[in-house]
Design a protein around this ligand. Structure first.
Ligand SMILES: [Zn+2]
Length: 430
């Protein structure tokens, strides 16, 4: 079965070379992409082949998210917290640590399906997620994996291990992680952040990562409070603590945020093979501050931190904030936007190959060339231009509608589960 895209203006996402061509897209996790001068005639096509007329539309590789929290999906419009958070720690205490404790299996499924739906519609076909549901840990990762696959997304998942909810939850988190990775799934050893991870959990997590040949996925210095806690409790800064536990040795490790690092930490990080993920809108939302990444490491990718599922929006936000923090250029931001693919390749995960594509109806008032494309990327391209999406060789969004699942059904289920979540939250307030 081959999917033929007729009359595309194909943009090679790596070289930015533009070419008027037809494309032959092969299905499956290892399926390829071929540029071709001709499309087989009707008589030559097999009954399972499909031809899509692109009418000269821009076609390029689809997008990937480096850090998401699908568990936050049902929080949109939820009842106000019992107290207005005054700082980052209170945001966690009054908002997110109340939400994640209320989640059950059905809510997790609804959250993952709805997030995957939004990602697909925004041209995102691969997601690296960081999940938390302290009272519904067992089986949570497989639930998310199946929800993503139902819509058609590739993924790298992890459970957010932490000591914040006691020994039982901590052990259940590690057990879920071990079981998920032992089942043959690719993913990470998730950790919340240094300030809720004691030495015992950190040690066990690094050992588990080595056992499964993967890395950690942890928030680092998202707020100054993480550093202050580390200095007070362990007499050292967060990066030094991670380094001493061997947590910075793997090129599969992802550090989220890294907003508050001193020069020594930045040097240590630069000399390590780990990755950093920037989530500037979340940093602004939590009012923790923002930082520049250009000088930090080349291994920087972009995430949404659960704020939304639109990676083009994340790139624009990072670019705008970056004018003040690092003077980043459109070329540099495009590279950062595309770095997630390099990371996914490093980790050896399937589902992000050449047969993942977006078809864009980009109505530019000016000429698009290889040389000026990144200017279009920052100042013109929006996710509303995403008309169709191909994931692993299969069309999952066609002319703006998700076709791999029934959109209305997914959203109705999410709303039903959202109401259940809000009722539990309200009961907690009383
Ligand atoms: Zn996060």
């Amino acid at each position: 079965m081959t999917l033929f895209l007729r009359n595309t203006n194909y943009l090679n996402a790596d070289t930015l070379e533009l070419r008027k061509t037809h494309l032959a897209v092969e299905p499956g996790p290892a399926g390829g992409l071929t540029l071709c001068d001709d499309i087989p005639s009707d008589g030559e096509l097999s009954v399972r082949d499909k031809v899509v007329e692109c009418r000269g539309r821009l076609v390029t590789k689809s997008f990937a998210c480096g850090h998401h929290h699908i568990y936050s999906t049902l929080a949109r419009g939820m009842p106000a917290p019992p107290q207005i958070p005054a700082n980052f720690l209170e945001v966690l205490k009054y908002v997110w640590w109340r939400v994640d404790k209320c989640l059950d299996r059905d809510m997790i499924k609804a959250s993952a399906q709805a997030s995957a739906l939004y990602m697909a519609k925004h041209g995102v076909t691969f997601c690296i997620d960081h999940h938390s549901s302290p009272y519904a840990i067992e089986g949570s990762l497989e639930t998310i994996a199946q929800a993503f696959e139902k819509i058609g997304l590739g993924h790298l998942l992890c459970y957010e291990n932490s000591c914040r909810d006691g020994q039982d939850c901590m052990e259940a988190g590690l057990a879920e992680t071990d079981a998920y990775l032992s089942s043959g799934r690719k993913g990470h050893i998730g950790l919340h952040a240094s300030f809720t991870v004691d030495d015992n959990l950190l040690k066990k997590s690094v050992a588990l990562a080595r056992k499964h040949g993967t890395g950690l996925h942890i928030h680092v210095a998202e707020d100054l409070a993480d550093q202050e806690h580390c200095l007070k409790t362990y007499g050292k800064r967060v990066i030094q603590r991670l380094y001493e536990f061997g947590a910075l040795e793997s090129p599969h490790t992802i550090l989220g945020h890294c907003v508050f690092l001193d020069d020594n930490e930045r040097k240590r990080l630069r000399e390590s093979p780990v990755w950093v993920v920037q989530n500037v809108e979340s940093n602004q939302n939590n009012n923790v501050g923002v930082t520049g990444y250009t000088e930090l490491t080349d291994n920087v990718m972009l995430g949404t931190d659960g704020m939304h599922s639109d990676m083009l929006r994340s790139a624009k936000a990072a670019y705008l904030a970056g004018q003040n923090t690092e003077g980043v250029s459109p070329d540099q931001m495009y590279k950062r936007f595309r770095n997630a693919h390099r990371f996914i390749k490093t980790i050896g995960a399937q589902g992000d190959g050449a047969n993942n594509l977006v078809i864009l109806d980009y109505d530019s008032p000016t000429q698009i060339t290889s040389e000026n494309f990144t200017g279009h990327f920052i100042y013109g391209l929006e996710s509303s231009h995403v008309r169709s999406v191909i994931a692993q060789g299969k069309m999952i969004v066609e002319e703006g509608r998700v076709i791999s699942v029934d959109e209305a059904e997914i959203l109705a289920y999410a709303r039903e589960q959202g109401l259940r979540l809000w009722k539990k939250l309200e009961a907690d307030i009383v």
